[in-house]
Design a protein around this ligand. Structure first.
Ligand SMILES: [Zn+2]
Length: 107
């Protein structure tokens, strides 16, 4: 499953929709708030103009407004990039889950 599909399944809407409407993804992924001010400029909490570029790029990729991006980044840095161990665990859980599915060939 692609991330895009995953997000759509979880929030009931696509990143594309949220971005085209100038807002954050609906809860529980985002906050559903508008990400642009009345002039159509991206609203972000930083004095560094280069941050706007990154926030804007991230928003278009993830559908998350700058505030939600900050929330994801701040608490635990290691959560942002899953470790190989975490990925392996997820993969093995998926394997297990697949094995648990009923097999049509077995009587
Ligand atoms: Zn948000």
């Amino acid at each position: 499953m692609y991330l895009e599909e995953f997000v759509t399944a979880l929030s009931g809407e696509s990143v594309e929709t949220a971005v085209s409407e100038g807002r954050c993804l609906a809860e529980p992924i985002g906050c559903g708030e508008s990400t642009v001010d009345e002039n159509g400029n991206l609203e972000y909490d930083s004095d560094d103009p280069t941050d706007e570029v990154w926030y804007s790029l991230d928003w278009q990729m993830t559908g998350l407004c700058p505030a939600c991006q900050d929330e994801l980044d701040e608490p635990d840095d290691y959560l942002a990039a899953p470790s190989e161990e975490a990925i392996e665990t997820a993969v093995s859980l998926l394997d297990l889950w697949t094995e648990l599915e009923p097999d049509d060939d077995s009587e």
